[in-house]
Design a protein around this ligand. Structure first.
Ligand code: NAG
Ligand code: NAG
Ligand code: NAG
Ligand code: NAG
Length: 373
């Protein structure tokens, strides 16, 4: 197939998320789309949700993006056909479904509406669409209700934003949620969001901050904050002992682990020396690189959304081999045409590191094993 799929003009968002390299190479590697794929990082953006995000004050686009993405089911399915994606596991991206921390009722309602909508998509296209349900966090009791409701709607897993108004994933307040999900052996897909978006506790825990993303006046959140917030919340899951305490939970970490591959050893070492701060609500479990990688090999997977050809994937292979990676397109935040170009990048780079069989597993087989019930 030589024609480049391009239902819409290249999005402004795309330049934030993918490398110039990918765009330049879209023609040379466009033939790499033949491998069948399962997409574990893929979003929908229905109109009711677009309006809710705008009403919550995220303008022009969410998380400092210059515009909201364009999504229709038809464009999504057409992208899947073109890029040989058998199945998309769709989810709500950042800023999630709890848009006003002061309005719990609205958060619960939008979460239910979104989950109902994705469940309907799955009912209409059971072989092509799966979904990761959203939870109305930080409200733990309401999240527990929604877990049960979403499982009854046949959710394939749950999307967890990297923080909920400052609630990070190792927080002991989440224990009832993890306990319930652990009983069900759930898959939890982590999605980055702006750090402590609104109303987060400050360092003393006694007053509230508006934003702790000081460079967001310069760079949209996906440029820097998403990468580091993902890394921060995964570090919290590991160092707090939360992941190890819930051995049936499986996490999908986005964007090839964010900054993890280059900083994992470093934060493990410092934490093993300094521990947790006195009076902290977390223990600090003294992992070293060997024990942490063993833990992560049991319970963590990594998607390749926003693939970059340098560094991350090389380090990740060294740490985790080949069977922990899944394909991710990040559409429509990555424009459909850009996601096709990134697939071309993967096809060009992965053979330098992996065998043909391993590449087939990365595009499809690993996700199939993880997500088939
Ligand atoms: C969405 O579509 C509109 C109308 O075609 C266009 O003006 C806008 O730039 C598109 N947004 C993105 C993010 O591509
Ligand atoms: C990957 O791209 C190369 C050209 O760069 C092509 O020869 C090959 O068939 C592609 N692989 C797959 C699995 O599509
Ligand atoms: C979600 O669907 C259920 C039925 O499955 C319905 O009772 C409920 O009102 C719906 N909620 C919203 C917010 O649409
Ligand atoms: C890491 O910790 C384990 C268990 O505490 C220990 O057996 C192992 O020797 C340590 N490895 C390194 C590289 O420090």
């Amino acid at each position: 197939m030589t024609r480049i799929f391009n239902p819409w003009p290249s999005s402004l968002l795309l330049s934030l998320i993918i490398s110039v390299h990918a765009i330049n190479n879209r023609h040379s590697h466009g033939s790499g789309l033949a491998t069948p794929k399962i997409d574990t990082h893929s979003h929908i953006y229905p109109d009711f949700y677009r309006q809710a995000v705008i009403a919550a004050g995220w303008t022009p686009g969410p998380d400092g993006n210059p515009a909201p993405p364009n999504w229709t089911l038809e464009a999504h399915l057409s992208f899947m056909d073109h890029n040989n994606i058998e199945k998309s596991y769709v989810s709500c991206s950042s800023p999630g479904t709890f848009l006003d921390p002061e309005d719990l009722a609205a958060g619960i309602l939008l979460t239910q509406q979104f989950n109902n909508f994705t469940a309907d998509l799955k009912r209409q296209h059971p072989n092509r669409i799966g979904f990761f349900a959203s939870l109305p966090l930080p409200s733990v009791p309401d999240a527990l209700n929604e877990i049960d409701r979403a499982l009854a709607l046949d959710a394939d897993g749950f999307v967890f934003l990297s923080n909920y108004y400052g609630l990070y994933h190792g927080d002991p307040r989440l224990e009832p949620v993890y306990e319930r999900l652990n009983q069900r052996g759930a898959v939890l897909f982590i999605h980055p969001t702006t750090p402590c978006p609104r109303n987060a506790p400050d360092v003393s825990g006694t007053s509230r901050l508006d934003y702790v993303a000081p460079l967001m006046n310069v760079f949209s959140a996906p440029t820097l904050e998403f990468i580091f917030d993902t890394t921060r919340t995964v570090a919290d899951l590991i160092l707090s002992g939360t992941a190890a305490a819930h051995a049936n939970l499986k996490w999908i970490v986005p964007h090839c682990g964010g900054a993890l591959p280059s900083v994992l050893d470093r934060f493990l070492r410092i934490s093993s020396i300094l521990g947790a701060k006195p009076g902290s609500d977390r223990p600090a479990v003294p992992y070293n690189i060997t024990t942490a990688v063993a833990l992560m090999n049991r319970q963590f997977w990594f998607d390749l959304a926003g693939f970059s050809m340098q560094d991350q994937i090389w380090n990740m292979k060294r740490l985790f081999g080949s069977d922990k990676f899944t394909y991710g397109s990040d559409v429509p935040f990555t424009a459909y045409s850009a996601a096709v170009a990134l697939t071309g990048d993967m096809n060009a780079t992965l053979p330098q590191l992996f065998s043909k069989h391993e590449i087939e597993m990365i595009f499809r087989g690993n996700a199939l094993k993880l997500l088939s019930k």
